[in-house]
Write a protein of this length. Structure first.
Length: 461
């Protein structure tokens, strides 16, 4: 009788042991497959989050290098260099900004209640912020400020004289999209007429001065870089900026983008730093990392425990079959065929267990993973909701509040995953299961079969 047929008859004859071994293998297969499926589902969700949010890299002044007394003023970089960096293939959109004092002239007036004399601007003074792409401003990206009518300023508008104004300023002066506004520059001589290209809403109260510029949010103007720079003090020289923002196509491209940006800019980046702002992605994917860690630990613990039980079962089974092995060896059977028979029995059980686990493990993993993720996402949401901004006029440090911990708006923690079983997952589970089974079989079998048939038969069981 060949060893393949003997393996089948042995499994059938020892039904109780076969079922116990199958149950053990089934537990190992389900736990390993669940861990693999959760890792795959969370990896896909993270990848989708990165693609939906993109990656924001900020070119900003390196404040750590401004402590030198010889550094009398903050560094700046040519707009032409920023444009070259913005043309890299990893970049989806980019923007930069420049600001200066601007005066409303003619019949238009600032909104009452705001700070009119902030930063020495005097009556009628406000801040004109020149931007390349207003949709990339932090307040617009987060949803804090919303465009009510008109359109955002884009790179195509950079040499036009176009403005975005806040709705309270528009209401104060009866302005709508397409109307004209006259602004006077910081020298109080240079004047230009601008078109209202859009009206936006800033939810901050009129009396809450902007922490960076000291102007009432109702009176903040956003204009094209070309239009507002014509009112500035740079004359006809090259435009320079102190910061820029690059929105990448994919968060995974940050490394390649940073390397290329440094190569293009060269010495022009002295005094600047390129910081990847992936805070939104981290906020969204926090719960995913938590359940992936939990699933991985549970997978290893249950897998190792199951492997130990399986090894014990196989070891007992091999020892119980010492007489059988001794008789077969005395009849001239090859040792490798006996080991092959024992191995085949384990392989048959493993294949059945993996096949059965693939039928219900995905649904079980989806339910368990979704429940676990829901709890983690709810906890993350509560933590985000509990964050309180510092009081107006305060940095928050004296209150134990870190402003950098401010949650990113419209970046809710992910609370759903989709478990999908693919052939690669089954291959992984099959490899792990068969590996465990073979190790559990070969070690005890080899210890018995190294003995002679006479020794096995005389010692009995």
């Amino acid at each position: 009788m060949n060893f393949v047929k003997r393996a089948g008859l042995s499994l059938w004859a020892r039904k109780g042991r076969t079922l116990i071994t199958l149950a053990t293998f089934l537990v190992i297969s389900v736990m390993v497959l669940a861990g693999v499926l959760i890792n795959g589902a969370t990896a896909r969700a993270e990848r989708d989050a990165k693609r939906s949010v993109g990656a924001e890299v900020n070119l900003d002044i390196d404040m750590s290098r401004l402590g030198n007394a010889a550094q009398l003023q903050a560094p700046s970089i040519d707009v032409a260099t920023v444009d070259k960096i913005g043309s890299l293939p990893q970049v989806q959109k980019y923007t930069y900004s420049m600001w200066d004092r601007a005066l409303l002239t003619g019949k238009n007036e600032l909104v009452e209640g705001g700070t009119k004399d902030a930063m020495g601007m005097g009556p009628g003074g406000t801040i004109g912020m020149g931007v390349l792409d207003s949709s990339l401003l932090p307040d617009f990206r987060s949803g804090k400020s919303t465009l009510l009518s008109g359109s955002h300023i884009t790179a195509a508008d950079k040499d036009k004289k176009q403005l975005l104004i806040e709705e309270r300023l528009a209401h104060q002066n009866g302005l709508k999209v397409g109307d004209k506004i006259t602004l006077t520059g910081n020298d109080e001589k240079t004047t230009a007429e601008f078109t209202v290209g859009g009206i936006y809403r800033d939810p901050r109260p009129t009396t809450e001065a902007d922490p960076e510029y000291g102007v009432s949010p109702a009176n903040m103007l956003y204009g094209t870089v070309g239009g507002l720079s014509a009112l500035g003090t740079e004359g006809n020289g090259p435009r320079k900026v102190g910061k820029a923002t690059f929105l990448l196509n994919d968060a995974d491209a940050q490394g390649a983008f940073t390397s290329e940006a440094k190569r293009i800019a060269g010495p022009a980046l002295a005094g600047f730093k390129l910081d990847a702002n992936d805070k939104a992605v981290q906020q969204m994917t926090g719960p995913l990392k938590s359940i992936r860690s939990t699933a991985t630990v549970a997978m290893w613990l249950m897998g190792l425990a199951g492997a130990a039980v399986l090894a014990l079962l196989v070891n007992l089974a091999v020892k119980q079959r010492r007489t059988e092995y001794g008789v077969l060896l005395a009849m001239g059977e090859k040792k490798w065929k006996l080991i092959g028979q024992q191995t085949l029995e384990i392989v048959i059980i493993a294949v059945i267990a993996i096949g059965v686990s693939s039928l219900f493990a995905p649904k079980l993993t989806q339910s368990a993973g979704q429940a676990l993720l829901g709890k983690e996402a709810s906890a993350a949401e509560r933590k985000l909701d509990s964050w309180k901004p510092p009081a107006p006029g305060s940095t928050g440090l004296d209150q134990g509040i870190d402003p950098n911990d401010r949650p990113v708006e419209n970046a809710d923690p992910i609370d759903k995953i989709t478990v999908v079983l693919d052939p690669a997952d089954l291959a992984t589970v099959g490899g792990v299961g068969l590996g465990v089974g073979l190790l559990a079989t070969l070690v005890p079998a080899a210890s018995v079969l190294r003995l002679s048939p006479r020794t096995i038969l005389t010692k009995g069981k």
